[in-house]
Design a protein around this ligand. Structure first.
Ligand SMILES: [Zn+2]
Length: 307
């Protein structure tokens, strides 16, 4: 296996909402690659231009910002379920999406699915599944926080109705109640580890112990709320402490995400193993991440020490 020990992928994190300290800490903890799915921003957008600028930042500025900390940045493009309920706006976003899905760091359509499980959500979920089929990208599915079990089953039903290969679909935000069915039906089962609540690292250890590591993925979903961008490496450390085999830990905190989203053809291990060293003299459209500091040059994610 070419994979290095102590390398992690966080396949669901909204780094747009995080600070440079977070990026630095993530890199120091061994996170070499991340996927940032398009989602809502805590306050509904009122015009399509706001989506356009957001999507542009996911394939532009944020990707550059991550690179300045030695992290490979990918994203998923989609109209989130919450904002699908504003139908006039949703129509315009659907017209915008095809302009972005072909960009080189877009590895999936997502996060899409259900929030309140309304008719409008269902409509745009299905349209985006069709888009995923057309452009042959994997799908990242957000399962609802309310009525989760039903919403999760329904999400998979709809994928099957649209003839989507379950091997191309990551069902996210699972818990003990949903994981069995997701795995039985052949989908990838991702888990969001939030501090103090929902799915904590301890519960994740038990799930991997019980179900094994196949098709299970750990992520942070860190965003503008109370969340932890180091959830993945922290969960790995706890798994190690509690006797989960090393190769199982590597699967759930690194390899499975790479296998699932690598199906896009746009995410490869060489992206970070052979990454150019960080060079903070670089600019993105004339802007840097520096504020008068001396530019750091030379470290790369492959410098992370193995132990
Ligand atoms: Zn999310």
């Amino acid at each position: 296996m070419t994979q290095k020990k102590n390398y992690f992928i966080d396949p669901h994190i909204h780094v747009t909402s995080r600070t440079t300290d977070d990026y630095q800490a993530m890199r120091n903890a061994g996170i070499v690659a991340i996927i940032e799915p398009a989602f809502w921003l805590g306050q509904p957008r009122t015009q399509v231009g706001a989506f356009q600028d957001y999507f542009s930042s996911l394939v532009g500025w944020e990707r550059f910002r991550a690179s300045q900390f030695g992290i490979s940045h990918y994203c998923a493009m989609g109209l989130n379920s919450k904002e699908a309920n504003n139908e006039p706006l949703a129509e315009q976003v659907m017209e915008l999406l095809p302009l972005y899905v072909g960009k080189e760091n877009v590895v999936a359509i997502g996060e899409i699915g259900y929030d309140d499980q309304t008719k409008a959500e269902d409509k745009y979920f299905r349209l985006q599944l069709e888009l995923a089929k057309t452009v042959q990208l994997p799908v990242m599915i957000h399962t609802p926080h309310r009525d989760k079990k039903k919403g999760t089953s329904r999400s998979m039903d709809v994928c099957e109705e649209h003839d989507i290969d379950p091997g191309l679909v990551v069902i996210d935000h699972n818990n003990e109640e949903t994981v069995g069915e997701v795995l039985d039906r052949g989908f990838w089962a991702a888990f969001t580890i939030y501090p103090h609540t929902k799915m904590g690292s301890e519960r994740m250890v038990e799930i991997v112990r019980r179900y094994g590591p196949e098709r299970i993925i750990v992520d942070s979903s860190a965003d503008w709320g109370v969340s932890d961008p180091l959830s993945v490496p922290k969960t790995a450390a706890l798994m190690q402490k509690q006797g989960i085999p090393e190769d199982h830990i590597q699967l759930v905190t690194y390899q499975n995400a790479l296998t699932a989203y690598g199906q896009s053809g746009k995410m490869k291990e060489t992206d970070w193993l052979e990454k150019e060293p960080v060079d903070r003299r670089q600019l993105f459209e004339g802007n840097s991440v520096l504020r008068g500091q001396i530019p750091e040059v030379g470290y790369s994610s492959s410098d992370i020490v193995e132990n």
